[in-house]
Design a protein around this ligand. Structure first.
Ligand code: 4AD
Ligand code: MG
Length: 429
């Protein structure tokens, strides 16, 4: 039993192997059938000669349609004419399951491919992204654990949100109103006073009505929170974790990276420090590009695109105006109109990959902020206990895993960074 990636690395050349997989493509010429087989790791060509296999095996190879499940036995040879440079010369070929005519042929619309997503996940483009996603998730866990962070888990069903009511999913909870989590924010600030350095990777939900190429309604969120730390400390971790994930993907998935249109060298160059600018400096830079932004307005996709234009590493923007930001972000002691918040912005239109801040520690300031945002401080009373019992300086951030993967894989649309995307217009299959 071997995997295709091992064959393509030359580990089995000249040897007899057994390979299990599915038919990716097939054609017959004269007394030969060429079947391209896929498994979880890649594709390889199998050559089946009429006179080298039992008669029923040859008939099966000729008859089987794409996505039939097969087991092939044969010898691995290096052959420059074969795609990938290797070929299996079969001495036996069994069809485990003859597939019906596969509904996905060439030139199908995006909508159709989303309808048959459960089958489209078998495509090379999807499986390549899944492998990169696997490595990226592993890298995020490795990074935080190596840096001494504890993995702790918040609830998904929550009484109140932290990132604004407009994107909060409502849930009927035995006759009461509950919500799906937007972020572990409130729980992180309770847990950080217990465990000091904490992280978590799990789903977040946003009732985001806008249809864009970078918003999902369900996404995976890597979040960290650190006690005795300020904005600069956690910015270093944001750079650190992005860089580490890029290094791991470049090392472990070099071929997959190339298949997605990036190079391992591009990812290897993603090393700290990233370029930094304040919000005010960002507005000046945009003005130079002919983009006039009113002070206090959030940066939109097109502005984030302009700021990262021609840059191969993400760019960090700090010190945002307080008016655009959630109630828990710390005021800048030097400029009360600003908060100690930052975004890490990726190029190629991906935009904000990370959003984070130092947290406000003053109870009254948070209460005021909640009221200003139309929230009832009473609903947050349990959270405010984090400012009543041993409050210390702390900071943290959240990273959209699909945004990071979208950027690493150079995907046009965020939905392809996840197997079964959830968007405003669909939640099936
Ligand atoms: O900037 P956001 O809203 O920040 C928070 O939720 C903080 N409470 C995080 C924290 O400090 N612990 O979200 C964080 C990140 C964004 O930078 C973005 O990458 C991602 O989550 N994100 C989305 N990804 C996909 N689809 C959406 N609808 C997203 N909304 C946010
Ligand atoms: Mg944000």
């Amino acid at each position: 039993m071997v995997s295709i990636t091992e064959i393509l690395k030359g580990r089995h050349t000249g040897k007899e192997v057994e390979l299990r997989g599915w038919i990716y493509r097939t054609r017959s010429v004269g007394g030969k059938a060429f079947v391209v087989v896929r498994d979880a790791t890649g594709t390889v060509q199998v050559a089946i000669s009429r006179d080298a296999v039992p008669a029923e095996a040859f008939a099966a190879a000729q008859k089987a349609l794409i996505e039939s499940a097969i087991v092939v036995h044969g010898k691995v040879v290096e052959d420059k004419r074969a795609p990938g440079g290797f070929e299996i010369r079969a001495d036996d070929f069994k069809v485990v399951h003859f597939a019906e005519k596969f509904p996905i042929q060439e030139d199908l619309s995006e909508e159709f491919l989303l309808d048959v997503r459960h089958l489209w996940v078998r495509s090379q483009r999807m499986t390549t992204t899944f492998r990169i996603r696997h490595t990226t998730f592993g890298a995020v866990h490795e990074y935080f654990r190596d840096q001494g962070f504890w993995e702790v888990h918040p609830p998904m069903i929550t009484p109140a949100g932290s990132e604004g009511g407009s994107t909060l999913f409502e849930l009927e909870y035995f006759g009461r109103k509950a919500h799906l989590t937007q972020s572990w924010q409130l729980y992180a600030e309770a847990l950080v006073l217990a465990m000091e350095k904490i992280y978590y990777v799990g789903p977040s939900f946003r009732a985001e009505k806008s249809r864009t190429t970078r918003h999902l309604t369900e996404y995976w969120h890597a979040e960290m929170e650190q006690a005795w730390a300020g904005m600069d400390d956690v910015i270093r971790h944001a750079e650190g974790v992005i860089s580490y994930a890029c290094q791991r993907v470049a090392e472990e998935r070099a071929d997959d990276v190339v298949a997605m249109g990036r190079t391992p060298e591009f990812l290897k160059a993603v090393k700290p420090p990233f370029e930094r600018m304040t919000y005010d400096e960002a507005l000046k830079a945009l003005e130079k590009k002919g983009m006039e932004i009113e002070w206090g307005k959030d940066l939109r996709t097109l502005e984030e695109r302009a700021l990262t234009e021609g840059k191969s590493k993400p760019v960090i923007v700090t010190h945002y105006p307080r008016v655009t930001q959630a109630f828990y972000k710390a005021r800048d002691p030097k400029h009360p109109d600003l908060v100690l918040a930052f975004d890490v912005i990726g190029g190629d239109g991906v935009g904000e990959i990370v959003g984070g801040s130092e947290r406000e520690t003053d109870l009254e300031t948070i209460r005021k902020g909640l009221k200003e945002q139309g929230e009832d401080p009473k609903a947050y009373d349990w959270y405010l206990d984090s400012r009543r019992y041993g409050s210390v300086q702390h900071a943290g951030f959240g990273m959209g895993m699909e945004r990071l993967i979208q950027w690493i894989c150079k995907l046009e649309h965020i939905r392809d960074a996840v197997p079964f995307p959830r968007t405003p217009s669909r939640f099936a299959p």
